[in-house]
Design a binder for this molecule. Structure first.
Ligand code: PFF
Length: 480
């Protein structure tokens, strides 16, 4: 039997997981959600969820990867067999792969927008432009299926090329070069934001905690965002965890990933809001914050066009290091299960995602509001895809927490975590009770968005079923 594939260095898993975690979620989604939800209070809930739900599930997901040393689908098959548990738990692997596939299809389209903006900035076509012109530029981009398709194709090809070269020559080498470069660019943008913008207003906005600013919806969004930003529930962390050195500490690594990811989101938030406030604009601009408001600020500030271009390179790079972690789980499965070569497996994965990406591309133009496709679902097809992943992500996290918390034996977890009994108990309490409850809360939030009672009923049955399954393990598993 060949020895398992492992990252070259003990610390590579940390690098890869941070690469996966830091992406559009930090630079695009986190700032606009914070802007829409009143600032500091949102961040407080976000940080709290990361600590009590995100980190324990991060430990659980990397543990499942390392304990199986296989791709998520095959890994779950192995773990359910070796632990004599119901084969239904294998759904964790399949759901993760499905979610990774769908997310990559639209993540690539949105990352493509950053390619367009890098060009717009460096070509100088936005320099001195009015806010109306810059706002219209975003509308023009979305209205052009050809352009969106071009960028989507470029981005997905780049992700595929890296993963296709293998975990050492492709992913590891790519990350070792890209991660420090991205951090360096972030510091440049931050320094520029502080010098040219209004950093004091940005800090006040981000760190003034007024819980009454936060609606229930905002509270739930903060929890959902903490999942997305840590790449949880989609098999990405499990796939990378499969290559993790046995010597690396799961707990310390998970805490480091969460801390670095949060610090980067905050630094990006400070830079972006300093520029936005410095140009006299408002925080609550929604998804257009990065593609309309920020370019207006860049166009308005001295040297802003150059810095704007550099900023969008950061966005592309961060998205790329996340996208490769979405390709890996499915590609690794195709290699393991069907004996395909890695480039073929990656080719199949990205060809599929590229095709599905057309749905997102067309959602902004030929299938936009008023067209039959939109009327059929009462929302754009892109919204439908996002909605599906909003369900798969927390559900995957919930099942991972329950499986790791109830099904794995105490001895195995303690051995993998290399921790003492006390810390084990804290972790176990969090994954058994706190994380599932919090996730169920986030999960149920997405349900009322669909009319009728069918989905709430199915959702509740699923959650109750999961809890019951968990209890069965407690009874059956004497080691617990
Ligand atoms: N964590 C990434 C971000 O914040 O942009 C997004 C992501 C990557 C989610 C990989 C899930 C995943 F598996």
């Amino acid at each position: 039997m060949s020895s398992p594939k492992i990252w070259t260095h003990k610390g590579t898993f940390l690098l890869a997981a941070v690469g996966s975690a830091v992406g559009l979620g930090n630079l695009w989604r986190f700032p606009y959600l914070t802007g829409e939800n009143g600032g500091g209070a949102f961040i407080l809930i976000y940080a709290l969820t990361i600590a009590v739900v995100g980190i324990p599930i991060l430990i659980a997901e990397s543990l499942l990867g390392r304990a199986s040393r296989k791709s998520p689908i095959m890994g779950m098959k192995y773990l359910t067999k070796s632990h004599g548990t119901s084969s239904n738990w294998q759904i964790i692997g399949w759901m993760g792969a499905a979610a990774a596939f769908i997310i990559l299809s639209f993540y690539s389209v949105i990352a493509g927008w950053a390619i367009h903006y890098t060009g717009l900035m460096f070509s100088g076509s936005l320099s001195g432009a009015s806010s109306e012109t810059i706002g219209a530029a975003f509308g023009d981009l979305l209205a052009s299926p050809g352009l969106l398709l071009l960028y989507h194709t470029l981005f997905i090809l780049a992700s595929g090329a890296i993963v296709g070269m293998g975990i050492h020559k492709g992913i590891e080498s790519g990350l070792r070069f890209m991660m420090p470069a991205l951090f360096f660019i972030l510091l440049i943008v931050l320094a520029y934001g502080i010098i040219a913008g209004d950093a004091v207003a940005a800090m006040k906005f981000l760190f003034t905690f007024n819980l009454s600013d936060l609606s229930l919806e905002g509270w739930l969004q903060a929890m959902g965002q903490s999942f997305f930003t840590l790449s949880l529930g989609m098999g990405a962390i499990m796939a990378y965890g499969a290559y993790m050195s046995s010597e690396a500490s799961l707990t310390r690594t998970a805490i480091s990933i969460a801390v670095v990811d949060t610090v980067i989101a905050l630094l990006a938030g400070i830079a972006i809001f300093a520029l936005v406030f410095g140009s006299g604009m408002e925080a609550g601009q929604g998804p257009g914050l990065m593609f309309v408001t920020l370019p207006i600020a860049f166009a308005d500030l001295p040297g802003g066009i150059l810095l704007g271009g550099i900023f969008f390179i950061l966005v592309i790079g961060a998205a790329l290091t996340s996208a490769i972690s979405l390709v890996e789980p499915v590609a690794a499965f195709l290699v393991e299960k069907y004996g395909l070569s890695r480039p073929t497996a990656v080719g199949i994965m990205i060809a599929g995602c590229w095709l599905l990406g057309l749905v997102t591309v067309f959602s902004f133009n030929i299938w936009s509001e008023g067209t039959i496709t939109h009327t059929l679902f009462n929302r754009s097809p892109f919204d439908v895809l996002e909605f599906v992943t909003n369900i798969l992500m927390p559900l995957g996290g919930l099942l991972i927490a329950l499986f790791a918390g109830w099904a794995l034996s105490r001895d195995e977890v303690i051995r993998e975590m290399a921790t003492n009994d006390q810390w084990f108990k804290v972790w176990q309490f969090l994954v058994r009770f706190i994380a599932p409850t919090a996730v169920a809360f986030v999960f149920l939030r997405t349900i009322p968005q669909v009319e009728g009672y069918l989905i709430p009923a199915v959702g509740s049955v699923l959650i109750i079923g999961a809890f019951t399954a968990g209890r069965t393990f407690m009874v059956n598993n004497k080691a617990n």
